[in-house]
Design a protein. Structure first.
Lengths: 284, 328
């Protein structure tokens, strides 16, 4: 998949946002033979994946298939959970983020995250955005400009420019989530991980976030976990389908990657029966 | 009160007991939304209301009990002379009722106690809530709370015998007498640590995990997350802990009665002895002042002042919390 044939076939669909070739020309992250454990419990096993620069990759699959677990290991958020462990390598610009000497704090600055439930800090809108640059010691010429730029990119500036000093808690759910996206891009990450970012939003707010993702894709690489298959089909260039495999001996459920390809291929011409069953609604 | 309870009973209805097709007597079924008398509920409500009323009435009673003798006192002594006089000598022939000496001693012991209890208490709270693993926290917190269970008379003896006599006079050879506000204040601070730590820890633990995750995901470290996100979000609880600490320090009696001294003179340094407001009340209440005498009323005037001071501290803190709190 990483190799790029000269005359690679293109799947072009006018309605689809991600008109990407079926090979990844410029990978930014690589997941190699990754197992994630919580104590003795193996949540995900044998995952191999690649994320292309300025692409949107969706991780889909039924509950308990380990997609969120995998997402959280991509920026070492799992470090915060007692007993969580990652085997294998996760390469970011070719460097294993789990190797010794790598600072998880720096990893998280370069690979940002947006959570399922909007979690703005109980501070002013301005301070929510300024928090990341301040704590990471970013050299900022004008914080006001940075705040405006981040909010503008997150398509929130016009709605909040007159109330920057007001608490972020007063915003609507959709606005809060766009604020969290603005907060994530304020520290200028390369990659933004999104863990079901629209799960708690209404359809209109969801649509705005999806539009926003298309704009952000120009500058960032996005990996999104979603339960909503239509959402994956609408926004993602590539889709990885995970499922939970039940071990015959112990009955333990472990997440496995079933199939990975362009979103068009996964949704229109899946190679694996399990993928086809899932996307056609026969399972999960 | 009873009429009130039955009225509100009809609003809330359970569906469990209603809605059967017919009643045993064969009458047509009642509407499934109809109310039903629940006498147990009314009794419980009454008991709970009584419990609340007792607490409120007791407080009012205390205020009245303080006010009546205190009014007697202020018939004899000008309020101004009491509040701003700098000589406290209620038992002397030329009696003088300036409360400033007592207030200075209370301020000294309270300030010293807070200098010990607030940093250490908040430090302990941040450690327990943000750094300690669950097992460590579950072991350390009960031990810390044990400190709060030590009788204050034991703290008082410790302050007098060990801190003042052994440490200050024998080891450090400080220029101090048999008592000092410093010894009393330091030990009082230690006594208050569990109060401050435990309540602040509760407040910080209650801050949602998602806020910490949001902070870590931006590249903040644990200290930044604790101090800039968790602490401000828990501020109202933390302030409540500090205010409770202040109230305990101002009102603490045994430690200061034993270790701070018993001469009412204006305190100008931490190594001086001094009688606090509570110390005076404890000493004088042991004496044989006749009910209704001016000396007897003096106790209540000082008591009323103590009460007002804690009340003002509470009011100020509520204001501060309203202004600075970050509600999540």
């Amino acid at each position: 998949m990483a190799s790029a044939p000269d005359n690679a076939p293109m799947h072009l669909h006018a309605t689809h946002p991600g008109q990407v070739p079926d090979y990844i020309a410029r990978p930014i992250m690589r997941v190699e033979n990754v197992d994630v454990y919580y104590g003795d419990f193996r949540a995900v096993t044998e995952v191999n994946l690649e994320f292309g620069l300025h692409e949107i990759t969706a991780l889909i699959g039924p509950s308990g298939c380990g997609k969120s677990t995998l997402l959280r290991s991509l920026n070492r958020m799992n470090d915060l959970i007692d007993g969580a462990r990652v085997d294998g390598e996760i390469l970011f610009h070719g460097e294993n983020i789990y190797s010794k000497g790598v600072d998880p704090i720096e990893v998280r600055r370069r690979i940002g995250m947006v959570f399922q439930k909007p979690n703005p800090f109980p501070k002013s809108i301005y301070d929510n955005i300024a928090y990341g640059p301040r704590v990471t010691g970013m050299k900022v010429e004008s914080m006001d400009d940075l705040v405006e730029e981040s909010l503008t990119r997150a398509a929130l500036w016009d709605e909040v420019k007159d109330k920057l000093k007001q608490s972020a808690i007063g915003l609507s759910g959709g606005q809060q989530q766009r604020l969290c996206i603005a907060r994530a891009i304020s520290v200028r990450p390369d990659v933004i991980l999104m863990d079901e970012p629209c799960a708690s939003l209404d359809p209109i707010a969801t649509m705005r976030i999806e539009d926003l993702m298309q704009e952000l894709r120009e500058q960032y690489t996005i990996v999104i976990v979603t339960h909503n298959m239509q959402q994956a089909a609408r926004v993602a260039d590539r889709t990885a389908f995970f499922t939970a495999q039940v071990s015959e001996g112990t009955g333990a459920r472990t997440g496995v990657l079933v199939e990975y390809g362009t979103t068009t291929q996964i949704f229109e011409d899946p190679n694996d029966q399990r993928t086809e069953d899932y996307i056609s609604g026969r399972f999960g | 009160m009873l009429a009130n309870t039955t009225a509100s009973d009809t609003e809330a209805t359970t569906t469990a007991s209603t809605g059967g097709p017919t009643t045993p007597s064969g009458r047509p079924p009642r509407s499934s939304l109809a109310g039903r008398a629940r006498p147990g509920e009314a009794v419980i409500k009454l008991v709970l209301r009584l419990a609340a009323a007792v607490a409120v009435l007791t407080t009012i009673g205390i205020v009245i009990a303080l006010l009546v003798p205190a009014i007697g006192f202020f018939r004899e002594v000008q309020v101004f002379d009491f509040l701003f006089g700098d000589r406290w000598a209620p038992r002397f022939a030329d009696a003088s009722f300036g409360v400033i000496p007592l207030v200075t001693a209370t301020l000294w012991t309270t300030a010293i106690a807070l200098l010990v209890a607030v940093p250490l208490g908040l430090g302990a709270a941040i450690f327990l809530s943000e750094y300690a693993r669950p097992r460590v926290r579950n072991t350390l917190k009960p031990i810390l709370e044990l400190l709060a269970g030590i009788p204050t008379v034991v703290y008082g003896l410790f302050a007098l015998q060990f801190i003042q006599t052994t440490v200050f006079r024998e080891w450090l050879r400080l220029d101090t007498g048999a008592f000092s506000v410093l010894a009393a204040g330091l030990v009082m601070g230690v006594m208050i640590i569990p109060t401050v730590a435990s309540i602040s820890e509760d407040a910080m633990s209650a801050v949602p995990m998602s806020l910490r995750q949001g902070s870590f995901a931006l590249g903040a470290n644990r200290m930044q997350t604790s101090l800039r996100v968790v602490f401000p979000a828990a501020l109202s609880g933390v302030m409540a802990a500090v205010v409770l600490g202040i109230s305990r320090a101002v009102g603490e009696t045994m430690i200061v009665a034993i270790a701070a001294g018993s001469q009412a003179r204006i305190v100008t340094g931490p190594l001086e002895q001094g009688q606090t407001m509570t110390g005076f009340i404890a000493n004088a209440a042991l004496g044989d002042s006749r009910v209704g005498s001016l000396e007897y009323d003096t106790l209540y005037a000082v008591g009323l002042l103590l009460f007002l001071i804690t009340l003002i501290v509470n009011f100020i803190s509520i204001r501060l919390v309203r202004r600075f709190r970050q509600a999540y």
